[in-house]
Ligand binder design. Structure first.
Ligand code: FMN
Length: 157
């Protein structure tokens, strides 16, 4: 399933429990919770991820990505911010105790012609990323492999 966040009217995270969101926000949360592997892509904005993607990470439950496999894609205007995958997206996956496919795919304006992705190198990497997500998920199987973290509360206790 492909979810384009631009198609959803997401509520801003306000610290409430995830099950209390409604409408499109609830639809998105439920889709994320029910999936067991992801390819997550974002344009780079200000050297980081978009606000709308960060908002999605903030409204989902703490265990929504726990032990799940994620492949990351980022796009930017130039090569300048290719490390946004390592420095902005990987730490969020770390918070969620997710498995990240080593590497990731970064594409910028020179990889496109007339709005279409044309770079054979990037297309090949994207294919490898998709195959890696599926293979790692299959090798891991179900169940959590890893070290439990202390619960991080949403509200002060
Ligand atoms: C608000 C804003 C901030 C941006 N910041 C960056 C940036 O820091 N680094 C970069 O390489 N590109 C930056 N860009 C360019 C976008 O990453 C680029 O347009 C996008 O990846 C292409 O996807 P799109 O066609 O969906 O916009 C920015 C674009 C916008 C609108």
């Amino acid at each position: 399933m492909v979810l384009n966040l631009a198609d959803f009217q997401m509520q801003f995270c306000d610290g409430r429990a995830p099950h209390l969101y409604e409408g499109d926000t609830k639809v998105l949360i439920d889709q994320i919770v029910s999936a067991d592997a992801f390819i997550i892509g974002t344009p780079v904005y200000r050297g980081s991820i978009t606000g709308v993607l960060k908002n999605l990470f903030d409204v989902i439950p703490n265990d929504a990505l726990r032990g799940k496999v994620i492949g990351f894609i980022a796009t930017g205007g130039t090569y300048h911010h290719f490390l946004a995958i390592e420095h902005q997206l990987h730490p969020i996956a770390g918070y969620f105790s997710a498995f990240v496919v080593p590497g990731g795919v970064y594409a910028h304006n020179e990889h496109y012609a007339d709005g279409e992705l044309t770079s054979p190198e990037i297309i090949g990497r994207l294919k490898a990323l998709g195959e890696s997500v599926v293979e790692i998920r299959q090798r891991l199987g179900g169940g959590f492999i890893g070290v439990e973290k202390p619960l991080i509360p949403r509200k002060s206790l």
